[in-house]
Write a new protein. Structure first.
Length: 235
């Protein structure tokens, strides 16, 4: 919950976040076999905590990849429009970001919840305790760990390029057009006009590709996702 943007402390705050975690614990607790944990040495408990933290990182890496990609696409759009110098501290992302990146980050969280990502994440969390019991220390990752990491990094880059490329290409064409105008009429200060025009074009393009973002996120959370299959093979 500390890594996935949808569960950050700024999205679910205070009592709501703690209550949500308490409800999850109430569902998971009765299904755990705690008899095998009796009499464990303190060092073994440290290993169990580290193992559970590793599982949480793997789950967060899987479900947070697409939201990070959408936010990164917004950062590229901000850079291309020149809005990156208008950055502000985003309380959800917890770092400085531009207007497009902040908007797309919030949009990604909303689409993640409405697309069924929350149900899928909770299902994977519950299944992790069944596939990798609490008392089991050493899982057999086999050859699935490296493909999982590579697939996750590739997914972030691929989604970033897919989402940002159409908007960035149109903005590059707009800049080329302003360059030709500046070449033909040097006395005209096109820089003052280009900022507003590029921002308007970016907003229009984002409005046009929002259905594509929703469809892509829905497909990412589908049952044929390779990243989820690799996660299941490791757990």
């Amino acid at each position: 919950m500390m890594i996935v943007p949808a569960f950050s402390s700024t999205v679910l705050t205070g009592l709501v976040r703690n209550g949500f975690m308490a409800v999850i614990i109430l569902f998971i607790g009765p299904s755990m076999d705690l008899t095998s944990l009796q009499g464990l040495a303190p060092l073994m408990w440290v290993g169990l905590v580290a193992k559970e933290a590793l599982i949480g990182i793997l789950l967060a890496y899987t479900f947070g990849a697409v939201m990070w990609a959408i936010a990164t696409a917004g950062s590229l759009i901000d850079f291309q429009t020149g809005a990156s110098n208008q950055s502000f501290f985003d309380p959800i992302a917890e770092y400085e970001t531009g207007p497009c990146a902040g908007f797309l980050n919030l949009l990604a969280i909303t689409l993640f919840v409405t697309s069924g990502g929350l149900n899928l994440l909770l299902s994977a969390l519950f299944a992790s305790y069944r596939l990798w019991p609490v008392a089991s220390f050493a899982p057999k990752f086999g050859v699935a760990l490296l493909p999982f990491i590579a697939r996750g990094a590739t997914s972030v880059m691929m989604w970033t390029v897919k989402l940002a490329a159409p908007v960035v290409m149109v903005l590059v064409l707009v800049e080329l057009g302003f360059g030709l105008v500046s070449r033909a009429m040097p006395q005209l200060n096109v820089f003052l006009m280009s900022q507003a025009v590029k921002s308007a074009v970016a907003v229009l393009m984002m409005a046009l590709f929002l259905p594509f973002v929703y469809a892509s996120l829905h497909a990412y959370l589908g049952p044929d996702n390779t990243l989820l299959e690799l996660l299941k093979s490791m757990l």
